[in-house]
Design a protein around this ligand. Structure first.
Ligand SMILES: Cc1ncc(COP(=O)(O)O)c(C=O)c1O
Length: 472
């Protein structure tokens, strides 16, 4: 491979691995050439190539820096200008995942978290690095109880809080502690399949209950509860922004759900995964905020949407009798969580750092959502093929397709360097002519480029195909 290509590839790799950060300045071409023991012309050619591709920016009289907005999509028409190797490497490297609603880790308060973790580790080394509480760091449990009571209308004590590794850890822990083989859990359909699988892990059965524009069809739930005569143990819901459709459960449905839970003795597993992100008005309070219901509610939340999914920290808030069973199973699974991370997060909440981050993120994501909606409305190929009801919050849009399946669209998008998950991933069976478009982790420019790609995909002779739909 020519040296110039080797060097430009190596630089792209360093940028992708995060060792060269956006905005950081590169040494001058003479210094780089001397360090790498190559001719300066090779360095200049490689840098020019990366400037042309958008990985680097040349600043007049100030040298070259890593671009602030890194290229994310393979741009098909620029390929002619590149060597074949570079084009292929670029294409492999630049598949953009149209994720299903993750936050932008680039704006996460990582420096604050790193400093708090260092302080926590030092402080705990003196007293607290032995085996600890199976329910998690008592300091964070106390701080979290105050936080959810204040911000989400709950009225829990730290004794009702169990820290977990993300919501997924919470769902599996609930399943193993509270379900028995042969029990049934009702779940939303379409819905969050990782939750279904957690219930099945405990050898429970899952029944699917349809979702419409008001959320879970509680009339169907009631019919299932009657049919299953005592075997229905719990109902799993995402009432704030239903996953994947983003609809909020109406007040009327919430009331009906409460009545059903009481009369059939069901647990309500409330997955409140993105409570921070509400853009229009005040969000409805969680179901767990209803006092007479709190002993039936298993409230689950995590930091995955607030900071980043890799920060594995979630929590369950439940009645003390449930907490006792959760603790017993936790002891057998992994005994306890990461006390250093937990103590550091307690500090960030106490200092108001997480709340400040949530406010900044909410504002930014709202702008990104509005930008995406505006892009969808202003491009006629997108307007005619995609239908979307703007959600009041959350980090994703639910895009219903006309005239082609989401599998078909995913295939066309993949060929253009854009990965999207077909809606059928959220359904028990059958195709779903819709998909989730997570907008929060992309800048406005990135969103526009994704829309360019989508538009190009839709222009490709749209063959009309039949698809079943289970969508509101
Ligand atoms: C419905 C739902 N629940 C929970 C989560 C968060 O999961 P975790 O906390 O395990 O990262 C997600 C993330 O995408 C989700 O979509």
């Amino acid at each position: 491979m020519p040296r110039q290509t080797q060097l430009s590839r190596a630089l792209v790799q360093e940028i992708q691995r995060g060792r060269l950060l956006p905005g950081s300045t590169l040494p001058g071409s003479r210094t780089l050439a001397a360090q790498l023991k190559v001719n300066r012309k090779v360095v200049v050619a490689a840098v020019d190539e990366l400037v042309a591709q958008g990985w680097l920016e040349a600043l007049p009289a100030r040298g070259t820096r890593v671009a602030l907005n890194l290229p994310t999509l393979a741009v098909a028409d620029a390929e002619g200008r590149r060597s074949v190797e570079t084009a292929l490497a670029q294409r492999r490297a630049t598949v953009v995942a149209m994720n299903d609603g993750v936050p932008d880790a680039r704006i996460a308060p990582v420096d604050e978290l790193a400093r708090a973790q260092r302080r926590a580790l030092r402080a705990l080394a003196r007293t607290g690095l032995g085996y600890g509480d199976t329910a998690g760091d008592p300091v964070l449990r106390d701080v979290l109880a105050g936080f959810v009571n204040h911000a989400r209308g709950l009225s829990c004590s730290s004794e009702e809080v169990v820290l977990t590794r993300g919501s997924q850890g919470a769902l599996s822990l609930f399943a193993l502690a509270m379900l028995e083989p042969g029990d049934t859990v009702a779940v939303e359909h379409p819905g969050y399949a990782p939750a279904w699988r957690a219930f099945q892990l405990a050898r429970a059965d899952v029944v699917h209950v349809a979702v419409d524009a008001d959320g879970l069809r509680t009339d169907e739930l009631e019919a299932q509860a009657r049919r299953l005569k005592g075997r229905l143990k719990a109902v799993y819901v995402t009432p704030h922004h239903q996953y994947p459709t983003t609809v909020a459960m109406s007040a009327e449905r919430r009331m009906h759900l409460r009545r059903i839970a009481e009369s059939f003795g069901l647990y309500i597993v409330e997955d409140d995964y993105d409570y921070e992100y509400h853009f229009e008005g005040a969000p409805l309070l969680p179901l767990a905020a209803t006092k007479d219901l709190s002993s039936r509610c298993i409230y689950i939340a995590s930091l995955s949407k607030l900071i980043a999914p890799a920060i594995r920290l979630g929590y369950i808030i439940a009645d003390r009798s449930v907490v006792a069973r959760l603790r017993a199973v936790r002891e057998l699974l992994d005994r306890q969580g990461d006390v250093v991370l937990e103590r550091a997060v307690a500090e960030l909440i106490e200092d108001g750092e997480l709340q400040r981050h949530a406010r900044r993120a909410r504002q930014l994501y709202r702008q990104r959502r509005d930008h995406l909606l505006q892009q969808l409305a202003s491009r006629s190929p997108l307007r005619s093929a995609i239908e979307c009801d703007p959600p009041g919050g959350g980090l994703a849009l639910w895009m219903r397709l006309r005239g082609l399946t989401s599998e078909e669209l995913a295939q066309r998008a993949r060929a253009r360097g854009l990965a999207l998950t077909p809606g059928s991933a959220h359904a028990a069976t059958g195709a779903v002519a819709a998909f989730r478009f997570g907008f929060a982790a992309h800048t406005s420019e990135e969103l526009s480029r994704i829309c360019d790609t989508l538009e190009a995909c839709l222009r490709t002779s749209a063959r009309t195909s039949k698809s079943t739909s289970c969508l509101p």
